[in-house]
Every structure is written in C-alpha cells, then in structure tokens.
Design a protein around this ligand. Sequence first.
Ligand code: NAD
Ligand code: LMR
Length: 339
Amino acid sequence: MAKDAVRVLVTGAAGQIGYALVPMIARGAMLGSDQPVILHMLDIPPAAEALNGVKMELIDAALPLLKGVVATTDVVEACTSVNIAVMVGGFPRKVGMERKDVMSKNVSIYKAQASALEQYAAKDCKVLVVANPANTNALVLKEFAPSIPEKNITCLTRLDHNRALGQISERLNVEVSNVKNVIIWGNHSSTQYPDVNHATVTISTGEKSVRELVADDQWLNGEFIITVQQRGAAIIKARKLSSALSAASAACDHIHDWVLGTPKGTWVSMGVYSDGSYGIPAGLIYSFPVTCANGQWSIVQDLKIDKFSRAKMDATANELIEEKTPGFINGKSEDFLSK
Ligand code: NAD
Ligand code: LMR
C-alpha cells in the first residue's frame, strides 16, 4: 500500500539553498524513494513571485513523489500540519562577516516562526534549523516553542561532518563512503571542533583508524581542522555566495538519518539539545556524535576525550554560551532566555 504523504516545510524556499533543496526532497533524497511528500514553501512578500516561480518549476519537473505544493508568505499556512520543518529562511553571511554578525537579523524571525510551529505543526514535528547562527537560532526556536519536545529541535552540522569526511577522502585518495565516524563538536562556526580521533577508513584489509592511515598528526591537528572550520568562508570567497548545494544535500542527510536511522556502527554529527554529556553544559544546542533509530537520536557515549580535544570542545561551548548571553544579541539587552 502506498504511504501517506509527509508534509515538509522549507522556509526561505525562494533562496539559493531552498532552490537546491526542494527538488532533492521531492525526488526522495530526504525521506526515501518510496515516500510521497507535500512541500510547504515559505518566503517573505518581496520574494513571493520568485517563490511562485519555484512552484512552477516543481510542477514542470513532473515528480512522481510530489503530491502537492503550498507556496505562501503566510507563516500559519506554511506551518499547518507539517511533519518536518527545515528552517532555511534568513539573512545569509556575506564576505567578511562572521556568522554571529547575522544573529540579530535572524533572532526575531525565529521567535515568530517558533510560535507558528508550536501552534500549527504536527505535534511530533521534527525541526532542523539551517539558517545561521544555526545553533542559537535553534535555541531561540526551542525557547519560543516550549511545547515542542526539545529532542525534536536540532540544527545542521552535518555539512561540517560531510566536509570533514571529504577532506579525509581527498587526503587518502579513498572513496568518501569508506570514511566514517568523524565528529563535529559544538557550534556551526569557526570554533567548531572537527575530531578524527575515532574516525576510520575501510580498506581492503578491514577498518583502519584515520590517524594511523594519515600518519601526520601535524596535519590532522592543524590544517585539517582549520580547513573544515573555514570551509564556509572559503566557499563564500570563491562563489561570492554561501554554500548551497552542499548545505541542501547535508540537510537531506540529517533528516534522512534521523527519520530512517544510521547504519550499524556509524554515527553522524547533529546539533542537539545538550543533556550534559561530555561535560557540555545542559541547555546548549551543541553538535555531538549521534546514532539514530526509530526516529530518535542518541548521543554516542563513553568516547575517550584527550586533553587537546577537551580544550577545543570547551572553547566552542564557551562561544555558544556567549551567543545566548543577554546583551550579545543586537548588542543590547535582549534576554530571550528569560523572556
Ligand atoms: P538566501 O538569501 O539565498 O535565501 C534566504 C531566503 O530566506 C530568501 O529567499 C529570503 O527572502 C528568505 N527569508 C528571509 N526572511 C525570511 C522569513 N522571515 N521567513 C521566510 N523566509 C525568509 O540564503 P541562503 O544562501 O539560502 O542561506 C540561508 C541561510 O542558511 C543563511 O542563514 C545561511 O547563512 C545559512 N546556511 C547555513 C548552513 C549550515 O550548514 N548550517 C550552510 C549554508 C548556509
Ligand atoms: C557554511 O558553513 O557554508 C554556511 O554556514 C555559510 C557560512 O556562513 O559559512
């Protein structure tokens, strides 16, 4: 029997990530090739005509899994009955800006959309925040949608995870699908810590550790980390626009694995609500290694953390604490956490 359609909201759908993402969703890259979808696309009134153009193209693509398209500038219509919400809408970072520079522009958007999701989305709606600053936007959304379970609100660090896999694959000249279990700890920002201490590569003789195969700790502890941390800025410099196809692809991977599960023995990185694991303060949205089963993520426990990693994990946690501190947003006292 055919499955019921899943309603997927994409905010900022007329933007560049949206344009890459909606066809991926409608072709099954997010929820599987047997899962019909109804796309809800939200943008703001100045982008309404462009949004309608995206809807026209989706119709023209004659996609068998696509059972309907709602293209709207009305946040209530957009959020009604959605099962998955991918929050892309916002102001993107331009050359020379840090992600936190776009914070004040995006916080007010996330407050409003949180309320609409809380009131009108399906009760078990899974939320992925992509728009920067992704971790703190997700925290704002959580604060203003208190009835959405905190486990259902996440942010995207899968792009950073995939970038780390890509760098190892390039360095070792191995298939990227044979590299696994890198970790992105912390903030989706230049303080994130890409950690390869538990990562492996499958070669003809079995699984080998990345550290052993690369055999260059100086590169792994230096250039590799910086390349992944700075990759977003490097893309902006090259394209004069922030990453879009890789971000859309990572958003599909994030939801795909959350809903359908991670393969045995493999973990992925997701920005999730910290429960205090690994000494990371509870209540931050922090990127951890997670496995997923039955639509739920769980933080991978008991990984050995050395001194080098500890310092980097704490530095990125401190940045997230700073981002949620009253007075940081807008440079004035806007204490969203104590409302
Ligand atoms: P874009 O400017 O091309 O598109 C953003 C869209 O959002 C625009 O169409 C805009 O009209 C719309 N928008 C603005 N305010 C809105 C609102 N209140 N409601 C609905 N829509 C709204 O930007 P983009 O390149 O698609 O990037 C989108 C966001 O994703 C940016 O914040 C960017 O920094 C972030 N990003 C995050 C990651 C990640 O890995 N987490 C990766 C790449 C980009
Ligand atoms: C990215 O990592 O590519 C995005 O977050 C865009 C940016 O601002 O770096």
